[in-house]
Design a protein. Structure first.
Length: 566
């Protein structure tokens, strides 16, 4: 291994020469307190930045094992250090001259949610940070003096203040680990308490704006109705009181702009742990909860939607339904069935983003259009049997139809962000028509899932398999786009990076094993749990820019892939 002095000599040697001479710097260098590894050098100053790692031996870093000795503590610590690195990257930055991406230094920018990432890896022997550096150039000539500024001034300051235990805010790190442990403790306890979600008193649910994830200053804090209040005992935060949402069917009602969708959005993201100060630290939702909505024009491949849609006038098979241009109702029906296939135990639905004819049909419409002439069985008639027969709970935001009162076990009203339990009043107003209709039908839910992925989903071109993501909405595999705008529980584009690599790895390694779709994804997740998310990162050359998606989002991406072969 070369040392830092040798690297400096190499920089002097190539100064002013062709940019491709930077390629000769690839390798590992001993900087005393850490190893600097230049893993990949960009081809020109306008290309994707060079990939760099810093490896610090634990004999030097001295992070106590107790803060990373379980999976959840390890994730919390690595997330904390990624944020520290990001903060210090800006704190110690200096002006670097050059064209293109010259001088850029980048690491994962973490959202409010705490995710399993590849940006920082910590274990008993070492701590490793993975990031990007834009190697400076004038035109397409090496500016080694500017790179020297980065490698010998900026990066050492970042490493010293981000990856050395003695120099970080130790109490803040310990508090973060304790917070995440308490969040996970509540999540693990939900089912045994008969709950699917919990919202702590004092939570701040409103955000600054529709494009901000930060809490609204001076917003209304959440207070549970006494009838729904439960308590959790936590190791580090003592007794936490708040609203428990029970298994079954829960309605969220109220006037427009009174906070219904805000509460539902908090519950959607309650599948993740949140950093302190977010306001939703103790908004905890069962981990498989899935937001379901209408999604016009999405593709559907061999999905059995006959529970909701059958006897189509054109005779099309709804047990193996396929389309490249789904309607609102068929797309939402498919999403529910796909959610069941993915193992979701909770559905989250907002009337505003649902297909009306999928959700309900009132009595007058039933009288005008007979059952024989309507191929859609509305969700309102299935939501009850779905819970009773499959133990799948549903939380629905409704504002226009009281028919849902018939099927609800709990009705929560939002009145200017004040939460009230109005279940008794809603039941008193209920007409009983839906209950009668469901009882007369005596629906039996019998869904089997035997979809098997075939090889050839992703064909390599002459440059292999190219994966690109755009924000939180799109994965591009070669030239095929997967539209994920309606998959609302993705919180970081790096989750999409990971999904793309998972799809690539599955095509190479697992398609020929004859596993059904769910078991195939479970197999992949098992490999990641065993070997770490870093095993997927290797496929991308060790970029360090992956975040772990949930099983539900992995399967959702496959289900929206227009070249899917089942």
């Amino acid at each position: 291994m070369k040392n830092s002095g040798m690297l400096k000599k190499d920089l002097d040697r190539i100064d002013g020469k062709s940019y491709r001479m930077y390629k000769e710097l690839a390798g590992e260098y001993d900087f005393g307190n850490y190893i600097l590894s230049i893993d990949h050098v960009q081809g020109d100053p306008f290309a994707s930045p060079s990939r760099i790692r810093v490896i610090v031996n634990q004999n030097i870093a001295k992070f106590p094992q107790k803060i990373f000795d379980t999976v959840i503590k390890n994730v919390a610590t690595a997330d904390f250090l990624t944020r520290e690195f990001y903060y210090n990257m800006h704190k110690y930055s200096q002006k670097v001259n050059g064209s293109g991406k010259s001088g850029l230094i980048a690491i994962s920018k973490c959202p409010q949610e705490i995710l399993n990432r590849t940006s920082v890896i910590i274990d008993d022997s070492k701590i490793e940070a993975r990031f990007y550096v834009g190697f400076p150039a004038r035109g397409r000539s090496v500016l080694s003096r500017e790179l020297e500024k980065i490698l010998y001034n900026i990066i050492p300051n970042i490493v010293e203040n981000s990856l050395m235990y003695k120099n970080i805010n130790q109490q803040k790190l310990i508090n973060r680990v304790n917070l995440v442990e308490d969040q996970e403790c509540i999540r693990r306890s939900l089912s045994s308490r008969g709950l699917i979600a919990f919202v702590a008193n004092g939570s701040m649910l409103p955000r600054e704006s529709g494009v901000s994830t930060k809490p609204l200053k001076d917003g209304s804090t959440f207070i549970s109705p006494k009838e729904l209040e439960v308590k959790f005992e936590t190791a580090s935060h003592g007794t936490i009181c708040g609203m428990g949402i029970k298994k079954g069917i829960t309605l969220i009602v109220g006037g427009g702009y009174h906070g219904k969708s805000t509460l539902l959005k908090a519950l959607e993201l309650g599948v993740y742990n949140h950093i302190e100060g977010d306001g939703r630290e103790f908004v905890i939702t069962e981990g498989s909860a899935l937001k379901v909505r209408a999604e016009d024009n999405r593709c559907i491949t061999n999905t059995d939607i006959s529970l909701f849609i059958s006897n189509l006038p054109n005779g099309k098979d709804t047990k193996k339904f396929c389309t490249h241009n789904a309607s609102g109702s068929t797309s939402q029906a498919a999403s529910v069935i796909e959610g069941i296939e993915s193992g979701s135990n909770v559905f989250l639905i907002d009337e505003d983003t649902s297909a009306t004819n999928f959700m309900m049909r009132d009595e007058l419409m039933q009288k005008l259009v007979s059952k024989e002439k309507e191929p859609i069985t509305p969700f309102i008639e299935i939501v009850g049997p779905l819970y009773k027969q499959k133990q799948i709970s549903t939380i629905i935001v409704v504002g226009s139809s009281g028919d849902f009162f018939d099927v609800a076990g709990c009705v929560i009203q939002l009145d200017n962000y004040e939460v009230k339990d109005v279940t008794k009043e809603a039941k008193r107003l209920s007409l009983g028509n839906i209950t009668k209709r469901v009882n007369e039908r005596d629906l039996k839910i019998d869904i089997g899932f035997n979809r098997v992925m075939r090889t050839g989903n992703i064909a390599a071109n002459d440059k292999g398999i190219k994966i690109k993501v755009m924000g939180l909405s799109t994965i591009i595999i070669n030239r095929e786009e997967i539209d994920l705008r309606a998959v609302e529980q993705v919180v970081d584009s790096e989750q999409l990076n990971a999904i793309g690599l998972i799809m690539k790895w599955a095509e190479i390694s697992i398609m020929n094993k004859g596993l059904n779709f769910e078991n195939m994804v479970d197999n992949i997740i098992g490999q990641i749990e065993k070997n770490g998310l870093i095993c997927m990162d290797i496929l991308k050359g060790g970029s360090g820019s992956l975040a772990m998606p949930r099983k539900q989002e992995i399967m959702a991406a496959y289900n929206r892939y227009r070249k899917l072969k089942m």
